[in-house]
Design a protein around this ligand. Sequence first.
Ligand code: SF4
Length: 468
Amino acid sequence: MSLPNIVSKEQIQNQYTYIDGVAELIRGKQLRAYTHTFGCQQNEADTERIRGMLHEMGYEMTDSAEDADFILFNTCAVREHAEERAFGNIGALSHLKKRRPDLIIALCGCMAQQDKNVQKIKKSYPQVTLLFGTHALWRFPSLLYRTMTEKKRIFDIGGDENGEIAEGLPVMRENGAKAWLSIMYGCNNFCTYCIVPYVRGRERSRRPEEIESELRDLISAGYKDITLLGQNVNSYGKDLELDIDFADLLRRLNAVEGDFLIRFMTSHPKDAGPRLFDAMADCSKVAKQLHLPFQSGSDEILERMNRRYTAADYRKLITYARGKMPNLTLSSDIIVGFPGETEADFQQTLALVQEIQFDLLFTFLYSKRSGTPAAEYEDNATPAEKQNRFERLLRAQDEIVAKRQDAYQGKCMRLLVDGGARGTEYPYTARTEGNLLVCVRGDDIRIGTFIEAEIEKTSLRCLFARKR
Ligand code: SF4
């Protein structure tokens, strides 16, 4: 495997020159920028980088597209529905652009990396003045500068299609307790339902010293709940010339001084194993929380999905992980109604769910994603049958969660307070180490601090606790 392609320091420096260039162009104008992110945490992390660059240029951030001089949609291509919503949002902005011709409307993210969408935007959405794909994100300052100075529409979906790593660009995170920390980009797995490998390039790992240094900055800035991000974090390091894997990285980050929690997502069962679970168990700052998508309990469907593990492999992993970490909070993703799924296949999924007893499940009805192999697969079940399976799965999981939540009643737990809640009786939200949502009450509660609290009652979606 070849080493990841790193954007050179000179190229990054060049982008800073364009940041200064835009700053010069907008100086004294008090311009505002609005960003909207669709899709996954990786997209949220990307938007934070773009906001960082906008901030350096001198833009004020606004929550209102109507007030903005620069509007950016960071789009998602995982589901057709997300694409339709993005097109709907862009369409709704045409009146603003007519009223204020200087308004810059930009589109980036996974949707913007697909040629069919680029052609559609070129032809039918003249209000979009700047479009750049996932591989061009680090060149945003030069692209924005060109949009402003050349007074024409700029489209850039070029770049290394395997993807690159760009270090040293500014980032603007939300205030609070939580922060994303990307450790790698791209995916090599080509699950047959997924568009990600086609729009985000091949797996490439950031160097451990860069990750550690960013973690140290986050801790100094007061963040307490750090999620390591990658499409498949378990294959971290395979593309580096170093002798390091994800378990080693966890151990290294765990050694950083401070009072914080490390989480990670997303994991792939084919690359997770005892080394990872041993490291999780050994590292006190690594949350005992595992999100391990299994997608289907049927080996035949798993094969059609190109997941490269069996239901028995998955069971074995969970048995080992729970053996090492008895208090592990476990969640998973499931796709219901994948092409070819029979009632018997679905029963195997249901059986696995009943057996493993997850704390949390993210269930999805399969939706066709053009450009992926599964889009060409023959489908046998009717939409009504799929919906029926989906609802049976939800009911089964709700019963499991209700039982599992009961076990928390009266327990004393360490929580991280992460925000204000809507209710007045329990005015704060917090997270357990396993990332379960808790509404909290009590005296002297401050956002961004760890507290000890006793669980007073539970509901399907939330626990309720009083600070001790
Ligand atoms: S592991 Fe599979 S589902 Fe996840 S991003 Fe890669 S291809 Fe998509």
